[in-house]
Design a protein around this ligand. Structure first.
Ligand code: NI
Ligand code: MN
Length: 226
């Protein structure tokens, strides 16, 4: 599966010729100023929770691409009022089948208010199961033992985990998460964007290496095949 990193927690995964774009936050991110939003493709836009650093570009991208937006019920309701035409609501523990495969919305330990203060439901992450392979995106979360349930149920090709610390897991807990997930290839997200989440890349990658795992930190605009 080809992964493209757009900075912060925004990345795209090509699954069965469909582009799944997660948590678009490109135009407000100074580290991603070389990314032209018009060049970003999406067939599906998946939103983990309501914070602005996860959905700032969701409405404009959905309108330009015609992508279907998938998120929790509260966020989908709010985005529909902002002008998103095609949206699919989910809630924790539920799975649904799309043309790329099976998608499950799983919980995260975080918060989820929307930019205007509207209640954004509970925050989550996603498990994607497809003929091309399976992966998990944690969203913003603390380490939770429940990640072991995902590792038990689904053999993951990779996991996209928040690793920037302060607002989410840091590298130490992300290594433990990878253990519960039984996953050796971790795609790091949610780091370096703001001063409190600056990451020592070499130290973080060293922690994963010591645990027999790989932490992939991709340049913004770069791609990775896993
Ligand atoms: Ni957040
Ligand atoms: Mn965030």
């Amino acid at each position: 599966m080809k992964i493209t990193y757009y900075g912060h927690a925004c990345f795209a995964v090509e699954v069965a010729q469909q582009v799944l774009l997660f948590d678009p936050f490109i135009t407000p991110n100074p580290l991603a100023r070389h990314i032209d939003l018009k060049s970003v493709r999406a067939d599906y836009i998946l939103i983990s929770h309501g914070h602005g650093d996860h959905l700032a570009d969701a409405v404009s991208l959905a309108q330009r691409t015609g992508a279907q937006v998938v998120s929790n019920f509260e966020i989908v309701t709010w985005l529909s009022k902002q002008g998103v035409a095609r949206a699919h609501p989910m809630n924790h523990g539920g799975a649904a089948t799309f043309d790329f495969g099976r998608l499950k919305y799983v919980h995260a330990i975080h918060s989820s208010s929307l930019p205007d203060g509207t209640y954004g439901g509970n925050p989550g992450g996603f498990v994607v199961e497809s003929a091309a392979g399976n992966f998990y995106y944690s969203g913003d979360t603390a380490l939770t033992l429940d990640m072991g349930l995902i590792g038990e149920a689904t053999r993951l090709r990779f996991a996209a985990l928040c690793i920037g610390d302060n607002f989410t897991m840091g590298p130490e807990d992300a290594v433990r998460a990878a253990g519960y997930l039984k996953c050796d290839d971790i795609f790091g997200v949610h780091y370096d964007t703001f001063p409190p989440i600056r990451l020592d890349h070499a130290a973080a990658q060293g922690r994963f290496k010591d645990a027999g795992k790989r932490l992939h930190l991709v340049a913004i605009g770069g791609t990775l095949e896993l």
